[in-house]
Write a protein that binds this ligand. Structure first.
Ligand code: UGA
Length: 436
């Protein structure tokens, strides 16, 4: 017999599916509603529509506690707490598109004794607006801090859980806090607007850290310092910390680009120019393009050159191509007249629709065959295990630009490569690359 609180989840995207599966793992019966019927059918057949390590096993293990449906009724009936996990993509103006959030709130309506628990990332003020529209429905802001690729672990071992509610909705905040209690993480109880801001500010700060170290890397490139050493030394200061100090081709994905833009717009809409965030976004845009100059330094014009991209997804362990640096980079290289061939262990299918002119290879070695240069775009672990000496032999010209500072320059040098990282001194192969 299951005595744990039944939970409703609205929206079975990345966050919704991980949330539903993890609550089931904690012993709760979960009813998850998704409007796309094919997704529900696939989940019922046991197919998991996204690539997220550990998630298929979790869903399989908790099948009897997990119900997927296209209707809202089967969820509203048992559950007091309804976790809204729908998308809030950017609009043309850069503001968050709240149509799915508004739609879900209207469907749930003024259900007395129930609480809408917002997991979607929304602008500050959204909770108060929804609450004004449906005063009988309790409202809790419980933002998510999951990372794609490690979402299950992030859910089960959070650094903190944020639970925001306004006066009158304490019962709902208590209930949400109670559900997370077994995880043993600190629970930040606050008001709705502050909870909404904690989420946006956290993502904006992490994005700032990345753009900051990328700018340091760009200066390192000019002065001969090694940004990986700089980050190591900086990160030992507890006030700074070592995480999110990896310089590279910039941040992508469905969150940082959208949320930094949304926070900038939120501030702009009330007349405040968020100068720092504007720079963070601009630095990131330029960072994706820096590789071309590293290639031309060795190859001269890229016209007619064949370049391999190793990795396409915005980060490893995901097939997500949203705002991936590879999209900008591939187009940039093609704009310079190069032919682009790419390999990604899981994102090639999604990527081929977005990059129709890029040739997709079946393996890293195949991608490297005869190319003038390769760019490591995504730090997939398998690239660390590649036989780089063999790769050098397969390539027309063994030049590698390591866009994630993932490989050891000395190893690549021993394998016969000319190596360029981002903000670290490169090494030139003994037989220099031929410039055309
Ligand atoms: C991010 C946040 O880390 C999560 O806490 C948050 O819940 C999520 O957004 C969200 O709002 O939904 P995610 O986008 O999945 O998670 O991935 P991250 O691991 O944060 O990486 C984002 C991007 O930054 C990637 O392109 C990654 O390659 C890049 N990055 C990350 C760097 O360039 N350098 C670093 O040091 C770290």
């Amino acid at each position: 017999m299951n005595e744990k609180e039944p939970i409703g989840v609205v929206g079975v995207g990345w966050v919704g599916l991980v949330t539903a599966a993890c609550f089931a793992e904690l012993g709760h019966p979960v009813v998850a509603r998704e409007i796309v019927a094919e997704k529900v059918e696939a989940l019922e057949r046991g197919e998991v529509p996204i690539h997220e390590p550990g998630l298929p096993e979790l869903i399989e293990r908790n099948r009897e506690r997990l119900t997927f449906t296209t209707e809202l009724e089967p969820l509203l009936e048992p559950a007091r707490l309804i976790f809204v996990c729908v998308q809030t993509p950017p609009t043309h103006s850069g503001d968050a598109d709240l149509s799915a959030v508004t739609g879900a709130s209207e469907e749930i309506g003024d259900a007395e004794g129930k609480a809408l628990v917002m997991k979607s990332t929304v602008p500050v003020g959204t909770g108060r607006t929804i609450h004004r529209g449906f005063p009988g429905l309790a409202y809790v802001s419980c933002p998510e801090f999951l990372r794609e690729g490690t979402a299950v672990r992030d859910f089960m071992e959070p650094d903190r859980v944020v639970v925001g509610a306004d006066p009158g909705d304490e019962w709902a905040a208590d209930a949400v806090a109670g559900i997370y209690e077994p995880l043993g993480a600190p629970i930040v109880r606050t008001d709705v607007s502050s909870a909404e801001m904690i989420k946006l500010a956290s993502n904006a700060f992490l994005a700032t850290k990345i753009s900051f170290i990328n700018e340091i890397a760009n200066v390192c490139d000019e002065v001969g310092a090694d940004v990986t050493e700089v980050a190591r030394g900086m990160g030992m200061d507890e006030r700074i910390g070592p995480k999110f100090l990896n310089a590279g081709l910039g941040f992508g994905g469905s969150c940082f680009p959208k949320d930094t833009q949304a926070l900038k717009m939120l501030a702009g809409n009330i007349g405040y120019h968020f100068q720092l965030l504007s720079s963070v976004i601009e630095v990131n845009e330029l960072q994706k393009r820096r590789v071309t100059s590293k290639l031309t330094k060795h190859l001269g014009s890229l016209e007619g050159k064949r370049i391999a991209l190793l990795g396409l997804a915005f980060k490893p362990d995901t097939d997500d191509m949203r705002e991936a640096s590879s999209l900008v980079l591939a187009s940039r290289l093609e704009g310079e007249g190069a032919t682009v061939v790419a390999y990604d262990p899981v994102a090639a299918g999604v990527a081929s629709a977005l990059l129709p002119t890029v040739e997709m290879a079946d393996s890293a070695m195949d991608a490297l065959d005869g190319v003038d240069a390769a760019v490591l775009v995504t730090d997939w672990p398998e690239f660390g295990k590649l036989d780089w000496a063999e790769a050098a032999g397969r390539m027309g010209n063994p030049l590698l630009v390591d866009g994630r500072n993932f490989l050891d320059p000395e190893d690549l040098f021993s394998a016969g490569f000319t190596y360029e990282g981002i903000g670290r001194p490169g090494v030139e192969a003994e037989k220099p690359a031929k410039a055309s």
